[in-house]
Design a protein around this ligand. Structure first.
Ligand SMILES: [Zn+2]
Length: 316
């Protein structure tokens, strides 16, 4: 049975921009939305405007003092936050609240069983954001807030986050590394070669969370075959063992061979296959709701083709 896709985004996400040429540009969002319009998805997707995530929902991950600091920096007209590459402008605070709000609503929809496939094309992205530090173009960890919301508001006891952005999601890993109820899986370019320098194989969680972080670094030049091999050997068995009730995908597309920020050789077919296999195994392990959240992906034509293939696999 094909699934109808639900899309949650907000135009404020396109107002967040750098004052100089930056790869994480509003054009990315426009590209993704126009790819969505043209994608052969069977039934036309239904669109929702993202609300701002409530502060009490975000503060399960980021302290209020951090959010206040971010808000003030945006109001003050600062150009960047915590790191020079992590730009902000006067619209950033709203964009970040809406981006996070999209994921929170998506989690509400799938947790209640109303929807089964939700895509959040939002920016700023989230997976590098630590509890009290913005970095790597990320300010609020959208997926982490969504996972925490699933547990606290809906009593979901097993959430899996699969992150195939070419960069390791240091923020997401650190937020959940002591938490056995949220299993973080990341497949990424080996940290020796790329930002942020974390995500080695031996980082497997801490304390009660030991065994619930799975890092699968790959050498530069890895393509579809290498990704699918690691997926089959490591990720699919992890899904089967953990039996997640909710699957969140940190959907970055910067492992594409055309991407200027990564050194990988993945094609849109690779993203199609990864999505297909992950979702199939999730469903055969008893799961239903999938929320996919845009992270990176900086070559616009490659991003458009990859998102299209990802969404086809997500809904067919
Ligand atoms: Zn990335």
């Amino acid at each position: 049975m094909p699934h109808r896709l639900t899309v949650i985004t907000h135009e404020a996400c396109a107002l967040h921009r750098a004052t100089y040429d930056h790869p994480e540009s509003p054009d990315r969002l426009e590209t993704v939305l126009s790819a969505l319009e043209k994608a052969p998805l069977g039934e036309k997707p239904e669109y929702y405007q993202a609300e701002k995530a409530p502060l009490e929902t975000i503060t399960r991950v980021h302290p209020l003092a951090y959010l206040d600091r971010l808000k003030r920096a945006c109001e003050n007209g600062n150009y960047w936050f915590d790191f020079e590459d992590t730009f902000i402008n006067e619209h950033t605070y709203e964009a970040a609240l809406r981006a996070c709000g999209a994921v929170v609503t998506a989690v509400d929809m799938v947790a209640s069983g109303e929807r089964e496939r939700v895509f959040c094309p939002v920016r700023p992205p989230g997976h590098h954001a630590e509890r009290e530090t913005g970095m790597g173009f990320c300010l609020i960890n959208n997926v982490a807030v969504g996972a925490m919301h699933a547990r606290e508001a809906h009593g979901i006891s097993r959430v899996m986050i699969i992150d195939w952005d070419v960069h390791h999601g240091n923020g997401t890993q650190h937020i959940f590394e002591e938490d056995p109820s949220v299993f973080y899986v990341s497949i990424h370019e080996h940290p020796t070669f790329i930002f942020p320098g974390t995500g080695r194989r031996w980082e497997q969680g801490k304390g009660e969370g030991t065994g619930f972080t799975l890092n699968l670094p790959l050498p530069p030049g890895s393509g579809d075959a290498e990704y699918l091999e690691v997926l089959e050997a490591n990720i699919l068995p992890a899904i089967e063992d953990f039996r997640p009730e909710l699957l969140l995908i940190s959907a970055g597309f910067d492992a594409h061979r055309d991407d200027p920020l990564g050194d990988m050789e993945v094609t849109e077919f690779g993203f199609y296959m990864m999505t297909k296999k992950v979702v199939e195994r999730f469903e055969s392990s008893g799961g239903k709701g999938v929320v996919s959240v845009l992270e990176g992906g900086y070559d616009l034509p490659a991003l458009a083709r990859s998102v299209e293939k990802h969404l086809i696999a997500l809904t067919e």
